[in-house]
Design a protein around this ligand. Structure first.
Ligand code: HEM
Length: 427
């Protein structure tokens, strides 16, 4: 059986609007969590939701399925810091019996035996192994191999004077970096990339892709069980938590999907900001505002994971003035919380240097700290090397021609076409 896509940032298939499943009571004022405005004006959607409902809004998912969306900063902190009230295991959802097998969001939420959906002591065991294995990644080594990967990718288009940075750069670099961290060799990497992309595209070979991805992971796990070395896979296998091969395979898959898409979107969103906002113009040629500032600002304004599913109430409770029933789905609205006026200055911006956005979530299920650090190294190196190699990088289209993916769940550019003076290409 293939395992569904469940990790943070994993994008669901495009949604159509089938009839509501029987037995799902939708709040009378629920706002649809789909439609073109999430593509064109998500900030406006959150403003209106906040005005209409306050920090916790009743929403309707594809197919007329009800949920709560937390868009208050304080309320999101409450939810993520109270795992006993807001559980992580999606099998707590009381609506599963009425959800059709082909519900488009099912792959995003159906429980699977990976670290993501475990709770309590079991989560601590799995999370300790993942966190320790990531913490042992040497940031200098990671930076070095990201520079090598970046140079190789840029070599492929530098001579052309134009490129499409989403497909040719931002999506490839984090994937290649993660493969290297896991210990996958050059031979396995192309197969894994094909399998992952087929799965995420949600087309006819999605199931086969998902299976191939697990096969590549399992084969890596078996090789390292026999002959450990110094990579992330070996460290997971050797961890005192005593993970089985199956557990390591599942958690490697979480790391791959959680790390790849989010970091790819982060790179392109920060690049877009640098290429369109004149406050960053000078830094393109080594001036005022730095790459780190653009990365920080992108997490406040265009966070890769806009909404994440989620948490499920373990008992009847209250949140932000709403009555939440046991088994209700509570969605984490990172984009909404980051734009909560209580964490913004009068001019609407967060204070300079403020890093207290919730883009990596919070609490025991939040993105592990060494994962955040690794993502920062990967994304920072990607942008720095690109600007070093192509100092007159500029958008090849007008800013208004840039298109976001039609999704409430992620903030991701469809394409980022750029032009530059054809540059030096290594032999
Ligand atoms: C090297 C890159 C990354 C890796 C390996 C990684 C890994 C992970 C893992 C393993 C989890 C699950 C934690 C748990 O359930 O205990 C997670 C959660 C998460 N990550 Fe990351 N991540 C990466 C980059 C990012 C980036 C760039 C973002 C967004 C800016 C991000 C946002 C999140 C969010 C929102 C969650 C959900 C937490 C929750 O349920 O509260 N991650 N990440």
């Amino acid at each position: 059986m293939t395992e569904p896509v469940t990790a943070p940032g994993a994008e669901p298939e495009p949604v159509s609007e089938p009839a509501p499943p029987p037995g799902c009571p939708v709040h009378p004022d629920a706002a649809p969590l789909y439609g073109p405005r999430f593509q064109t004006d998500p900030g406006g959607v959150y403003r209106e939701l906040r005005e209409a409902h306050g920090p916790v809004a009743p929403v309707e998912l594809a197919g007329g399925v009800p949920a709560w969306l937390v868009i208050g900063y304080r309320e999101l902190q409450l939810v993520t810091s109270q795992p006993k009230v807001f559980g992580r295991d999606s099998s707590r959802w009381h609506l599963w019996p009425s959800i059709p097998a082909d519900w488009p969001l099912k792959p995003m939420m159906a429980p699977v035996p990976s670290l993501l959906y475990t709770e309590g002591a079991e989560h601590q065991r799995r999370s300790a192994a993942v966190t320790d294995a990531l913490a042992a990644v040497d940031p200098y080594e990671l930076r070095k191999f990201c520079e090598d990967i970046a140079d190789r990718l840029i070599d492929a288009f530098a001579g052309r004077g134009e490129a499409e940075l989403v497909a040719e750069y931002a999506h490839q670099l984090p994937l290649l970096a993660l493969c290297r961290m896991f210990g996958l060799g050059e031979d396995d990497t192309p197969l894994l990339i094909r399998a992952l992309l087929a799965m995420l595209d949600g087309g006819a070979d999605a199931q086969a892709g998902a299976q191939q991805l697990l096969d590549v992971m399992l084969s890596l796990v078996r090789r390292r069980r026999e002959r450990p070395t110094v990579d992330l896979t070996s460290r997971l296998l050797e961890h005192p938590a005593g993970l089985t091969d199956e557990e390591v395979m599942r958690d490697l898959r979480v790391l791959l999907i959680a790390g790849h898409q989010t970091t790819a979107y982060w790179i392109s969103n920060a690049l877009r900001l640098m290429l369109t906002d004149e406050r960053f113009a000078a830094s393109l040629s080594g001036g005022r505002r730095s790459v780190a500032q653009a990365l920080g600002e992108a997490l406040w304004e265009d966070t890769p994971t806009q909404i994440f599913a989620g948490r499920w109430a373990t008992r009847d409770t209250q949140l932000g003035g709403q009555r939440i029933a046991k088994g209700d789905m509570v969605l984490l609205g990172f984009a909404g919380a980051n734009t909560d006026p209580t964490v913004r200055q009068e001019d609407g911006r967060p204070a300079e240097g403020n890093r207290a956005h919730l883009s990596f979530s919070a609490g025991e299920h939040g993105c592990p700290f060494p994962a955040r650090e690794a993502a920062e190294v990967i994304a920072g190196t990607a942008i720095e090397v690109l600007l070093d190699r192509l100092p007159d990088l500029r958008l090849a289209v007008t800013e208004s021609a840039l298109v976001w993916r039609p999704s409430a769940w992620v903030r991701a550019l469809v394409a980022l076409p750029v032009a530059f003076t054809p540059g030096y290409v290594a032999d």
